[in-house]
Design a protein around this ligand. Structure first.
Ligand code: 1GP
Length: 230
């Protein structure tokens, strides 16, 4: 898992349909990795099925764990979100404690990375589930960024606007104060221009939903990001 080399990843939702042909173009697009994850209706069965399909291709495949019941062995690595702006403590460390009670002795820690999440879209399923405080300005964003990077020393600071395109100025604000965490930006990227804009400030761009609505435009984000990072 060399996430420091990843500038672009696609996030696939096990609940959503993607044809074999579409999956092939996603996996052969030049993206750096696939993350499998979603907020609702992620099950062991739909996760393992999608992993099996992605495994036909050579790129790394990570599971973003959102449901303890859906932890499937055999991924290259596991991302564990810790929602820094959740107001429901379950999603800060509650679910994590229960996960460790169940799986603690079996976890291979070199395969696990914790993501410090900040959720910015109040309408997203993730914001509703976690009761996220989505009132973000540059000062607040910098505070969360320092929390992930300096205070908690997390490998990933994930700015999540799932379903809507976020404010690039906030991503820039985070970038100004983060020294070590890798900054992931995901949310509402539908065009190459949007991907390029966020790639100025985020280390890694995550594209999810648009794969299911406009595949060609989603695929074009790979090259747009790679150009910025050249
Ligand atoms: C979702 O950050 C990802 O967790 C990507 O967001 O689905 O809106 O592209 P979109």
């Amino acid at each position: 898992m060399e996430i420091e080399k990843w500038s672009h990843v696609f996030k696939l939702d096990p609940e959503k349909e993607l044809s074999d042909q579409a999956l092939e173009s996603v996996c052969e697009s030049g993206t750096d990795a696939i993350i499998i994850g979603g907020t609702l209706n992620v099950t062991f069965d739909n996760t393992i099925e999608l992993l099996g399909r992605v495994r036909r291709y050579a790129l790394p495949c990570m599971l973003e764990v959102s449901n303890i019941e859906a932890v499937v062995p055999g991924f290259d690595g596991y991302f564990i979100p810790l929602v820094l702006n959740a107001q429901n403590p379950e999603w800060i460390l509650g679910a994590h404690a229960r996960g460790l009670e169940e799986h603690g002795p079996f976890i291979r820690w070199d395969e696990v990375m914790v993501e410090g999440y900040v959720i910015g879209n109040p309408e997203s399923a993730a914001a509703r589930l976690t009761a996220a405080d989505t009132q973000l300005d540059e000062g607040r964003m910098k505070a969360y960024a320092r929390m992930a990077d300096q205070m908690l020393k997390l490998p990933i600071f994930y700015i999540e606007y799932s379903g809507t395109y976020g404010d690039a100025a906030l991503v820039k604000a985070a970038q100004q104060v983060v020294h070590n965490s890798r900054i992931f930006y995901g949310g509402g990227i539908r065009t190459a221009e949007q991907a390029a804009e966020m790639a100025q400030w985020a280390d890694t761009i995550v594209v999810g939903n648009s794969l299911y609505t406009d595949l060609e435009a989603a695929l074009a984000t790979v090259e747009a990001v790679k150009k910025i990072k050249e």
